[in-house]
Design a protein around this ligand. Structure first.
Ligand code: SF4
Ligand code: SF4
Length: 241
């Protein structure tokens, strides 16, 4: 850990949710005198949903989810956005022309557009590091292993175990978000363990591929165009001499 004037922030972070007086996942601050049985008086108790007050710590990183079906890829006209050999979605800022089509296409709103020239940035899951066999910097740097990197199936299994652990500890609202291949985007490459409804974190409860209706829209547009052309021809043919 790193010491700072006698305070080791990494050690404190490591102990979150372990020390009796430390707020852990879903920790809430019970009103004075109403701490759950067994909680040290006057201290914040971990895992106390029944004593919930308006103050809670809910952490999540608002990053690209590396969707299985990524609408951003469907709308990019330059190929600046592409699917990598690792299954992640990466944007090449030097190819991007700043059109901004991808920004509203992303169901999670995680693409940042630069005001000056419109070019966009987002999490690449450290494409450069993956290329040389390293894990993403966030997973490497996180002192509590709250961010983990690995084969998706393995992570899903580990996360399901963690949710079961939290449920057993009384955190009834714990759930995974984006882990299911059956959701509206075919599952996310980066999924999350939430301690409340997705909306509380500012996440869409039922994310959808925003371009999913494009093929049928084009079909309808083509049908309409053919019908109009046919009407045009018909009226021309029937014009009185
Ligand atoms: S989260 Fe948004 S930017 Fe990331 S892959 Fe999905 S659609 Fe693209
Ligand atoms: S802003 Fe850049 S990355 Fe986004 S759709 Fe346009 S060219 Fe592609």
């Amino acid at each position: 850990g790193v010491g700072h004037e006698g305070f080791d922030a990494f050690e404190a972070a490591r102990n979150l949710g372990r020390a009796p007086a430390s707020p852990g996942p879903g920790a809430t601050s019970p009103p004075p005198g109403k701490a759950p049985a067994g909680a040290p008086a006057g201290e914040i108790s971990p895992l106390a949903p029944d004593g919930r007050t308006e103050l809670r710590w809910l952490m999540a990183s608002d990053v690209c989810k590396h969707c299985t079906h990524a609408a951003c890829l469907d709308v990019c006209p330059t190929g600046a956005l592409f699917r990598t050999e690792f299954g992640t979605v990466v944007v090449q800022e030097d190819v991007c022309n700043g059109c901004g089509y991808c920004v509203p296409a992303c169901p999670y709103g995680v693409i940042d557009q630069r005001k000056e020239d419109g070019r966009v940035w987002k999490c690449t899951l450290c494409y450069d590091r993956l290329g040389v066999g390293m894990e993403p910097a966030c997973a490497k740097a996180c002192p509590t292993d709250s961010i983990q990197f690995g084969p998706l199936e393995e992570l899903r299994e580990r996360a399901a175990g963690r949710v079961a652990q939290l449920h057993a500890a009384g955190v009834a609202d714990a759930r995974l978000y984006g882990e299911s291949p059956d959701d509206g985007v075919g599952g996310d490459g980066a999924f999350f363990l939430l301690l409340d409804e997705p909306e509380v974190y500012g996440l869409p409860p039922d994310p959808q591929v925003t371009t999913r209706d494009l093929p049928s829209m084009w079909r309808h547009a083509a049908t309409a165009a053919v019908t109009l052309a046919a009407l045009g021809v018909a009226s021309f043919v029937r014009r009185p001499r």
